[in-house]
Design a protein around this ligand. Structure first.
Ligand SMILES: C[S@@+](CC[C@H](N)C(=O)[O-])C[C@H]1O[C@@H](n2cnc3c(N)ncnc32)[C@H](O)[C@@H]1O
Length: 206
């Protein structure tokens, strides 16, 4: 985790400047997510990065808590929120397990481009279950390292050794779906903008 924090702190400026890779897929994910948000929703995003998505959803909900392990990412996110005059996001530093949050207090949890970066996915999914209100939704978008082409997969370990890539979990789509179901979620919506990415809306039972 210490390594992950150092990696993402080092990457924050570059990440903030990098363009969205697939704008139409991003817009579709925002639109689907907003179908599940209400003006009185309380929303948690973990691994919020530089806050772009939280800032877009915040005007449509009552409050957002946005957490990330990287102070550098959060500095950029907080500045962007101030620039956008968004006042209902509370930014907190840490992992989902570290940050103190009330059980069963969120209507929606967002985990975008983060699940494949976690060393203990089961622990995180259990925590998301605990933090959601009954009937709450978990919206995730995940890179399926197990489903990317072999050449790219082979490049990851040397890049990690050079500090140019973070830890990644190598599950494919079915393994992720199985883990969500195993954690008690039902899959409500599943969309693959490409072979190696999956966007899933899953629900905690009411
Ligand atoms: C690939 S970026 C995604 C950022 C944002 N969600 C997005 O979709 O653009 C991953 C983010 O997760 C954060 N991160 C990595 N591991 C984390 C963990 N265990 N808990 C919380 N945040 C984490 C990183 O600091 C980084 O900001």
């Amino acid at each position: 985790m210490k390594n992950a924090r150092a990696f993402w702190n080092k990457s924050a400026e570059r990440y903030a400047k990098s363009p969205i890779r697939n704008e139409s897929a991003y817009q579709k994910k925002l639109a689907i997510t907003q179908e599940y948000l209400r003006p009185d929703s309380s929303v948690l995003e973990f691994g919020c990065g530089t806050g772009s998505t939280a800032i877009l959803h915040a005007p449509h909900v009552r409050e957002m808590v946005a957490i990330d392990i990287s102070d550098k990412m959060l500095e950029i996110a907080e500045q962007k929120a101030r620039d956008a005059a968004i006042e209902n996001i509370s930014f907190r530093r840490g992992t989902l397990e570290e940050v103190e949050l009330a059980e069963a207090s969120f209507d929606a949890v967002l985990g975008l481009n983060i699940l494949h970066l976690l060393e203990d996915l089961d622990a995180t999914l259990a925590r998301v279950q605990g933090l959601l209100k009954p009937g709450g939704v978990f919206v995730s978008s995940t890179v399926l390292i197990g489903d990317i082409n072999l050449l790219l997969r082979l490049v990851i370990p040397p890049m990690q050794m050079l500090g140019l890539a973070p830890y990644v979990n190598r599950f494919g789509k079915q393994a992720l779906v199985d883990k969500l179901i195993g954690a008690g979620f039902s899959i409500e919506r599943e969309w693959q903008p490409g072979k190696a990415t999956v966007f899933i809306v899953s629900r905690k039972s009411a």
